[in-house]
Design a protein around this ligand. Sequence first.
Ligand code: NAD
Ligand code: TYD
Length: 353
Amino acid sequence: MMKNILVTGGAGFIGSNFVLYMLKEHKDICLINLDKLTYAGNLENLKGIEGDTRHVFVQGDIGDAVLVGELFKKYDIDSVVNFAAESHVDRSIENPGVFAQTNVMGTVNLLSCARKAWEQEDGSYPKGVKFVQVSTDEVYGSLGETGFFTESTPLCPHSPYSASKASADLFVMAWHDTYGLPVNITRCSNNYGPFQFPEKLIPLMIHNACHKKNLPVYGDGLNVRDWLYVEDHCKAIDKVLRGGATGEVYNVGGHNERTNIDIVKKIIGLVNEKVDKSVDETLIQYVADRKGHDRRYGIDPEKIQKALGWSPETAFEDGIERTIRWYLDNDEWLQDVTSGAYMEYYEKMYKNR
Ligand code: NAD
Ligand code: TYD
């Protein structure tokens, strides 16, 4: 069956990786890519599929009811994968309003449009329609030294970002429980890989190390994140889209927990080996901690492994080398996204920290 999938945020980091992956893997799909092109969206990420008639790019806001309604009609959309979001915790601490607007109200609009397009007179939905919400493990809050997040861990978000994502998740489940909309939610751990905007830990450290700039580590550097290579996340979403049981949540992660300082030291080692022998640990600068900084995230991925046969394929050692290689090979991309507004952001966020 031909699938007409509305992918939102498909010019951002994970969204663009998903678009490229899906077009590579599936012949019989058409992707309608709706992206507002905020600072985090970049059409350069989609250069590799220029001219592919199975991909249509539309610049616009997921909160625009008229536009989204038109897209459902025009392209006979039968699935939605919602990546579009404001995604950076530090920005959410500075400017939370836009996180509520896009992540909560934008998702509510997509849900309303999906229901309007799909709900039949008797309240049922055609076979095969599906709304997938791409969420995050951050909705569960912070772990102590032991244990993992499962799908039944209570939501306990701390940052404005995670609060907005948790709210969106609740609206998605409300549309399922109230209107019967066929939905899934995925909650993945931290991603890394090509096209990630250098405000996030890994690309920021790669960029700074390559330019021999200080490497700003928040607090004591011992916060733990559970890292997954972005293509493994894309594969998980594809499996959920095609095989997820209606109304279910799936956690996605690969048991790859690392402290931030270990990640930074790993990047220093690789940049030293591959780029510049003078790059070393003296670049590390401990800076003021993030407000409300979650200590540890760790995913239990057993449900998606058992139910959908997903497991991560890229080992961290390979993934991080590939990622550094990608940034080195795509210096122009990195230069483009780190000029102009990025410089102002960096100054504001890190200057007197
Ligand atoms: P990103 O910031 O790189 O990309 C977000 C994209 O959404 C951009 O292309 C941006 O232009 C677009 N966008 C923002 N507001 C929009 C709006 N109102 N309408 C339409 N498009 C809009 O984010 P990412 O890291 O690729 O994350 C994608 C999704 O995955 C997010 O929902 C995020 O919460 C979730 N997630 C991210 C991670 C991670 O480690 N990055 C982990 C788990 C889940
Ligand atoms: P980040 O990439 O922003 O992802 P998230 O906050 O969504 O997990 O940050 C990952 C970890 O790295 C987090 O514990 C904060 C820390 N961090 C730093 O120490 N320095 C930095 O400059 C950044 C951006 C993050």
